[in-house]
Design a protein around this ligand. Structure first.
Ligand code: HEM
Length: 415
């Protein structure tokens, strides 16, 4: 009989530094019922099956419930209307087909190769600019100094957010990322805080969308806001707002964590850091191994639309399901010596970008951003040493990563 509190322990901050031994225990039962009635899928096979099962829904968000203001008109007329709009225009990561597919197709249409390639080049330029600013430093925080500013700037440029408005997006991105944590969703005060931020961004985006419709430019938001082309329907304002917010949230903290987790792994395996410095072409395989070994998105949640028999249990209709991607990535049935960081593995079938219908749309961009950051750090940081190992972690268990990764350095080489 497995311990039905194991997933509680995964969420417990005390285990944030190293949840992997808990995952190993969870994998002893491919799908286990936890004491709160949640079903946790922990093996690679079980997770993969559920990711592709149409009886598994992504519509897991609780109904919108904006905080009351005390003003009767707001509370009894405006609030229910706005709550309903929010419920019917969720970001597509939280939607099932057919709506999910229509919205995703529109976004994919705008994720052109030319746009992603341009952002790849831009990422290299931005990383060098950031490092140049720290040229004389004897210390460097991978999180605050590089990993945080890079992705938000890239997403703003992808969407077409004016440069002068970018700083506000940094704060919004950080706040909204907590929406992917199960504990935030269960906490009324945290949800209220999120819905206030959501309102603020929505107001801002409404103005920007109007502007893009009047004067479209070569950016994703303009593309989504103007009339549909090649059978891709034009998005309505509410879906457009939800989609923009999704891009911001899904592409921000995840990429921060990828860059940071990768640097942590490299500093703990200094031979690999030297190998990367001498041969930057190693970056892609290194990034895939980090996505396996220590992935930024550790788990995603789902709901069973009907009874589902799997791995000797039946998940009952309506039950919450946790797909423990980071555990599947350490499954010895699929990976030899899974607890070893080894960028030379071949054919890595990791679950770091999910799988099936909801497979990450931003994966190519995330890979390019991480490549730009890691190759420049390996080349330019002189004699980097970890100031604390383990580093302090942020509270999130679903989006898990260090709060800071402070290094002592002997300087930063010119680009
Ligand atoms: C290292 C960085 C990233 C990681 C680890 C990551 C991981 C993931 C994962 C695991 C999913 C699947 C979610 C699910 O199955 O419920 C996902 C979906 C998604 N990601 Fe990423 N992501 C990253 C970067 C990005 C970037 C840069 C963007 C956009 C600019 C992005 C946009 C999205 C979107 C829109 C979805 C929803 C796809 C859908 O529902 O069809 N992600 N991502």
């Amino acid at each position: 009989m497995s311990d039905a509190t194991l997933f509680e322990q995964v969420k417990d901050e005390a285990n944030r530094v190293d949840p992997y031994p808990l995952f190993a225990r969870l994998r002893e039962t491919p799908v286990s019922r936890q004491s709160d009635g949640t079903y946790v899928a922990a093996t690679h096979a079980a997770i993969t099956r559920l990711l592709h099962d149409p009886r598994v829904s992504s519509e897991t968000l609780p109904p919108a419930d904006r905080p009351k203001t005390g003003n009767p008109i707001s509370d009894w007329i405006v609030k229910p209307i706005r709550d309903r709009i929010t419920d019917t225009h969720r970001p597509f990561i939280f939607r099932d087909p057919p709506d999910h597919d229509t919205l995703r197709r529109a976004v994919m249409h705008e994720f052109t190769q030319a746009r992603v390639q341009a952002l790849r080049d831009r990422s290299h330029g931005l990383v060098d600019e950031i490092l140049d600013k720290h040229a004389g430093s004897r210390s460097f925080d991978i999180v605050d100094d590089l990993a945080y500013p890079l992705p938000v700037t890239i997403i703003c440029e992808l969407l077409g957010i004016p440069t002068e408005d970018e700083p506000q997006f940094h704060g919004w991105a950080t706040q909204l990322a907590t929406a992917l944590e199960p504990d935030t969703m269960a906490d009324k005060e945290a949800r209220s805080e999120n819905s206030r931020t959501f309102e603020t961004i929505s107001d801002y985006m409404t103005g920007l969308i109007k502007e893009k419709r009047r004067h479209p430019k070569d950016d994703m938001l303009s593309g989504l806001a103007v009339a549909g082309v090649q059978g891709v329907p034009q998005m309505g304002d509410y879906d457009l707002i939800a989609t923009s917010i999704l891009m911001l949230v899904a592409g921000h903290e995840t990429t921060v964590n990828l860059i940071t987790n990768a640097m942590l792994a490299l500093l703990r395996n200094p031979d690999e850091l030297v190998r990367l410095r001498d041969d930057p072409a190693r970056a892609p395989r290194l990034i895939e191994e980090v996505q396996r070994y220590d992935p930024p998105v550790q788990f995603r949640t789902r709901r069973a639309l009907t009874d589902i028999a799997i791995g000797g249990v039946t998940i009952p209709e309506g039950a919450d399901i946790v797909l423990l991607l980071a555990s599947g990535n350490r499954d010895p049935a699929v990976f030899t010596e899974p607890d070893r960081f080894d960028p030379d593995r071949s054919g890595v079938r990791h679950l770091g970008f999910g799988g099936g219908l909801h497979y990450c749309v931003g994966a190519p961009l995330a890979r390019f951003e991480a490549e730009a950051a890691l190759t420049a750090l390996a080349r330019r940081l002189r004699n980097p040493r970890l100031s604390a190992d383990p580093p302090p972690y942020r509270p999130g268990s679903a989006l898990r990563g260090p709060k800071h990764l402070r290094l002592a350095i002997d300087g930063i080489a010119p680009s």
